[in-house]
Design a protein around this ligand. Structure first.
Ligand SMILES: Cc1cc2nc3c(=O)[nH]c(=O)nc-3n(C[C@H](O)[C@H](O)[C@H](O)COP(=O)(O)OP(=O)(O)OC[C@H]3O[C@@H](n4cnc5c(N)ncnc54)[C@H](O)[C@@H]3O)c2cc1C
Ligand code: SF4
Length: 528
């Protein structure tokens, strides 16, 4: 048994966990332990083979909703989602945070550069964001870095008068290999593994990977509970991982403050199995997924999409009125084979055209519903993700699908393919022959396991709200009714943050790290 004592235990080393660890190490003298369930794979491990790199993903890429209908991707390795993501970088949206302030009674999170939230010098979201952007080198790519797929998407949008713009990306020295989703073999993607984690290690944070936290520990503190640490298991180090700082076996960690940053699926699962008090039945409820619907276009010529930066253009043209963005991305062959419809010879024929395919997708800002939730199943030993698209969200996705069909034909495709087995066209499939067939998208029912929508942006499952009826944690991320326990990651957003979430999550973590450093007295109470 490994027994450790520290001031702060952080569970999860992704967008939030690594950022908050580095921030605490930078601004305090606290002893910080950062634990990560997955291995510590570095650039030397990323061999650009799609199948091999499935080990970077939660449940080896097999995580999905309970009905198997929606794959819910997440990173399960040091760096979490930032190790496997596409580096698409969106600043936190002030209107969203202002709405949260009104609807969820959030406090703090000032966007004014001169604000000192909670009386902490220089604490505001603007400063946190500025730090993140600088450390991760968030910038727009040069025109020369835009690959064929993104160029076609941009052409298609513009020829229909649909505005398209460049993403910003957290990259430095990118050579355009096209494998962001399989881990960057060149350390050019500025995820937390190569930025904040390295800062944290340099400043004395102890990282223990292969370490899955099973339970948070509590003791009574008057009428409240107080978190006093956690326990779990360290797995043997997997082939290809960097060495660990603790032996495999059970581990118990005493901590004065426990910060849960395990992501929007695992954080609620951990709270659930730790029996965190939940008088208003909030844990895991109101999960949002940003359901994404892809489209592929078959062209008459070869297109080199698997090289170059995977995503460099998107469109927010329909965002204000319909709540979705069109985002240009592209799948490598295995993911493409999973997504494309058909069986046997039909599917084979589609895949034979792989080198002539272009694609992009609609990412929907979904409407929160309490019936969409994450819970923990002791029987299966996995989180259970219950999720159904609402009728209004289906209507918005139908509209998005029709616009996507039009755009992909406008970019020169001879055929458009939705990832669906629904009989939409007169030919009984979801393969469109011309833009004039876009109206057939009205027939989409989004029946589970018939039409593929996927998710990589789970959020809002342990919501912050000053009102315990609406959220599990207050604006500081402190779980209501429990001291010494903070939730800080994508789960803490009250609803969708309105865009691809990485930078907003990192900004939240930078903010909370600086706040904890500035409010150490709040956590002292004889402990910190
Ligand atoms: C394939 C993919 C592509 C994406 N592309 C983009 C993009 O381009 N732009 C963007 O903005 N967003 C993107 N995202 C989303 C973004 O990466 C995530 O929203 C973000 O990383 C979530 O941050 P987090 O800190 O909440 O959790 P994560 O980054 O998921 O980190 C949580 C960590 O906690 C660990 N953990 C879980 N349970 C335990 C436990 N019990 N004990 C110890 N450790 C545990 C996990 O292994 C994981 O490493 C993408 C995500 C994926 C999966
Ligand atoms: S495209 Fe650039 S950032 Fe992405 S994996 Fe390749 S070198 Fe790294």
């Amino acid at each position: 048994m490994t027994d450790i004592r520290c001031d702060v235990l952080i569970v999860g080393s992704g967008s939030a966990g690594a950022t908050i660890a580095a921030t605490l190490a930078e601004y305090t003298k606290l002893s910080v332990v950062l634990v990560e369930k997955g291995p510590y794979y570095g650039a030397e491990f990323f061999n650009q083979r799609e199948l091999d790199m499935m080990v970077l993903l939660a449940q080896n890429g097999g995580r999905s909703t309970v009905d198997g209908a929606i794959p819910v991707a997440g990173g399960e390795c040091v760096g979490g989602g930032t190790t496997v993501n596409y580096a698409l970088s969106f600043d936190p949206i002030p209107e969203v945070w202002n709405r949260w302030r009104r609807q969820y009674s959030l406090e703090g999170f000032s966007f004014s550069d001169s604000a000192n939230d909670y009386g902490v010098e220089g604490l505001n979201l603007a400063a946190a964001l500025r730090d993140i952007r600088k450390r991760c080198n968030v910038h727009a790519p040069a025109d020369s870095e835009v690959n064929d797929n993104n160029g076609l998407f941009m052409d298609g949008c513009r020829s229909l008068g649909v505005s398209a713009k460049k993403y910003e990306l957290n990259m430095q020295g990118c050579i355009g290999c096209g494998f962001c989703g399989q881990g960057c073999a060149y350390d050019a993607k500025r995820g937390t593994m190569v930025t904040y984690l390295q800062d944290a290690l340099r400043d004395g944070v102890r990282l223990i990977h292969h370490c899955s936290i099973d339970q948070i520990h509590f003791e009574s503190a008057g009428s409240e509970l107080r978190a006093v640490g956690a326990s779990g298991t360290i797995a043997p180090t997997k082939t290809g991982s960097r060495p660990n700082s603790a032996p495999s076996g059970p581990i118990s960690i005493d901590a004065k403050l426990v910060i849960v940053s395990a992501g929007a699926i695992e954080s609620p699962a951990l709270l659930h199995r730790s029996n965190v008090p939940d008088p208003f039945d909030r844990i895991g409820r109101g999960l949002v997924l940003h359901p994404s619907l892809p489209i592929a276009g078959v062209f008459d010529h070869e297109i080199v999409n698997y090289r170059g930066i995977t995503g460099s253009y998107y469109s927010d043209y329909f965002y204000a009125d319909h709540g979705f963005m069109l985002e240009c991305l592209f799948d490598h062959p295995i993911d493409a084979a999973i997504a494309l419809p058909g069986f046997g010879v039909d599917h084979f024929d589609l895949m034979r055209d792989y080198s002539k395919l272009a694609g992009f997708g609609a990412m929907l800002v979904d409407t929160p519903s309490d019936s969409n939730r994450v819970s923990w199943s002791a029987a299966s030993g996995t989180p259970q993700i219950a999720y159904r698209l609402s009728d209004p969200d289906k209507a918005r996705l139908r509209f998005a699908a029709a616009r996507m069909v039009e755009i992909i034909f406008a970019s020169g495709a001879r055929e458009a393919i939705l990832t669906s087995h629904e009989p939409l066209t007169p030919r009984g499939n979801a393969i469109f022959q011309s833009a004039s067939e876009a109206g057939f998208c009205e027939k989409l029912t989004f029946a589970p396991n018939e039409t593929l929508v996927s998710s990589a942006h789970a959020q809002a499952s342990v919501k912050m709200s000053e009102n315990p009826h609406l959220g599990m944690a207050n604006s500081r991320g402190e779980v209501h009714g429990v001291s010494g326990l903070i939730v800080c990651d994508s789960s803490a957003f009250p609803t969708s943050c309105g865009a691809n979430p990485m930078i907003a999550i990192m900004s939240l973590a930078r903010y909370q790290g600086r706040r904890i450093a500035g409010e150490q007295g709040r956590y002292v109470a004889g402990r910190l």
